[in-house]
Design a protein around this ligand. Structure first.
Ligand code: SF4
Length: 364
């Protein structure tokens, strides 16, 4: 199975679905952590193919969605400073913060540029030596190593006008926080594929050990996800939860040592602020003291003001898997991809956007 088509083979899919139906006798409440999985599950109609014993919930794995309003407000306050160029990934620009959005600040004359990598941001810094270029660093363990590399590159090439606003988050602590809250009862977790390519499978071992919950790391194609669900159901039926890797072509148990070392060299763990969840100890990344000259929070004076959540938006509840998009009174009526009220409708990995695009049946 080397090619994408093979991971979309209908006959193999039917066999996996039949096996899941045959195996599953006990209730299996599964949460996919990752927004990429949320979209793939919705796009391929996987929920509708599963037996009634299996329920799939969406978790907080969309990096744009989990960025708290308070942190977005920091990006907006930075964007309003004279002589600052903000560089960011595309989805971020449209997310409504407490009083504005980066898109609005851009319309008012702010210099905000969408980039596709940190290399683009470094290039902008090199081309604009009289300006300060701030990269808005969002995302999980997947993106943090590339941001770390950009800081090392800035240091090596003496690019002194490059800064990072680090809003990075790390995943296992927020899974623990969700489980400790007791708000949502789970039997299994579809663990993220890209994050696990960096961190490996070991950081999830506390989940079956301490909470008795099955864990399988999944890829993103429909057969990947069906295989993962099949393995989760097998663990649940046997009553022997453990951590398994269904995405062996992308994930090794030990992860990617080079990326982990890079991340550890530049960042240290701090508390992270998650939309709808709040402060989670040990779930954020900030620049180590040695690299503080690249830290936007430490090098600029700015006043983000008090955070305010979008009125009527229940993104926080959706990110904690206690509600689904149709539970929101604004869904489709007021909030849609053209006029998003909250980040779960803005982001291409957001649950509300996935439900909007792929329709009914998703929320089962
Ligand atoms: Fe927020 Fe819109 Fe989703 Fe409602 S539909 S939770 S307003 S993003």
């Amino acid at each position: 199975m080397k090619f994408i088509e093979e991971y979309r083979d209908a006959e193999l899919g039917k066999k996996l679905i039949a096996r899941i139906h045959q195996r599953s006798t006990k209730p299996a409440r599964l949460m996919e952590f990752c927004g990429g999985h949320t979209v793939s599950i919705a796009k391929h109609g996987i929920r509708q193919l599963l037996p009634p014993t299996v329920t799939m919930l969406s978790g907080p794995g969309c990096p744009v969605c989990v960025t708290a309003s308070a942190d977005l407000d920091k990006a907006i306050a930075l964007a309003r400073l004279p002589g600052v160029i903000i560089t960011t990934f595309g989805d971020m620009i449209k997310v409504p913060a407490s009083r504005s959005s980066l898109q609005q600040v851009k319309a008012e004359g702010g210099d905000i540029r969408i980039v596709y990598s940190t290399l683009d941001a470094l290039k902008i810094a090199q081309e604009n030596p009289s300006k300060s270029v701030v990269f808005i660093g969002i995302g999980f363990e997947t993106t943090a190593p590339t941001v770390a590399a950009s800081i090392l590159q800035a240091q090596q090439q003496k690019i002194d006008n490059y800064y990072v606003l680090s809003l990075h988050k790390i995943c296992p602590p927020v899974v623990k926080a969700l489980l400790d809250s007791g708000e949502v009862k789970l039997d299994g977790i579809v663990c993220p594929g890209h994050v696990s390519a960096i961190i490996g499978s070991h950081p999830y071992e506390f989940i079956p050990r301490d909470y008795g919950i099955a864990c399988v790391i999944s890829g993103f194609e429909p057969l990947d996800i069906l295989q993962c669900v099949d393995m989760l159901v097998a663990q649940i039926e046997s009553g022997q939860p453990t951590v398994e890797i269904a995405y062996k072509r992308g994930v090794k148990p030990e992860g990617n040592k080079i990326a982990l070392e890079l991340m550890d060299r530049v960042f240290e763990v701090c508390d992270g602020n998650w939309r709808g969840i709040g402060t989670v100890p040990g779930s954020g990344l900030r620049l180590r003291k040695k690299y503080q000259r690249y830290d936007a929070e430490r090098n600029f004076e700015f006043y983000p003001g008090e955070p305010v959540e979008p009125k009527g938006c229940i993104c926080g509840d959706i990110l904690r898997a206690v509600k689904t998009p149709p539970d929101c009174k604004l869904f489709r009526k007021v909030c849609n991809p053209e006029h998003p009220v909250g980040p779960c409708m803005v982001s291409s990995e957001g649950s509300c956007a996935a439900y909007y695009q792929y329709g009914e049946g998703y929320g089962r």
